[in-house]
Design a protein around this ligand. Sequence first.
Ligand code: IPE
Ligand code: IPE
Ligand code: MG
Length: 237
Amino acid sequence: MPAAPVPRHIAVVMDGNGRWAQKRFLPRVAGHKQGVEAVRTLIRGVSERGVEVLTVFAFSSENWQRPAEEVSFLMDLFLRALREEVQKLHSNGVRFRVVGDVSALGVETRSLISEAEALTASNTRLCLNVAVNYGGRWDIEQAIVKATADGDPMAFAHWLSFAGQPDPDLFIRTGGERRISNFMLWQLAYTELFFADTLWPDFDESELASALAWFAGRERRFGRTSEQIRDPATSPA
Ligand code: IPE
Ligand code: IPE
Ligand code: MG
């Protein structure tokens, strides 16, 4: 039997941290803290399987509307992760990138992001994109602004944050909601969408294995017929 196809790019909406904590009578932020563990497990799992790109949604353009204490906890958690995890990512061959409007982030956070991106720029095992203050609409708008300034608005796709990377093959959203929540609007056009009721901090190796097994069973047609996919000779050149 041929090996099951592995997605080149997996994009993840890590949802359900607050509910994970509330179920345990803990403050919501305890769920965010535990969620970091699940990210570590995910990075290990996808690296082992040869996935090229992993994008995780850490903070959306809309998440600023949360209570101020939760927003500042999330920003501190990200800062701490930058301080503590980057060396490890680097030694594991991970290229680290942040996608999103970083201009709204703190000075120290921005400088650690730049350092981490520079340090890991030539790593090739896995590219990890962390989406922070990211929104799919923001990305399209900023790309149009840059493309217009460059004199060719129609070429805006070259200015999107994910330009040069393959589009996601597999989208995973935990936490039970069946929505995109302004994630990667342009890039998800033909992505297989996997929704799990599991809350993000509980998303472990076996949950990843289930998502990948589900993905392996999809027939990706990109507008063609099933017959064309099974017998490429029947397709027009
Ligand atoms: C996702 O978990 C993490 C972020 C949005 C930062 P939530 O915090 O949205 O958790 P729920 O959906 O309230 O359970
Ligand atoms: C999406 O989760 C954003 C992140 C996981 C960072 P939300 O919890 O913010 O999404 P909505 O508000 O339920 O759509
Ligand atoms: Mg949520």
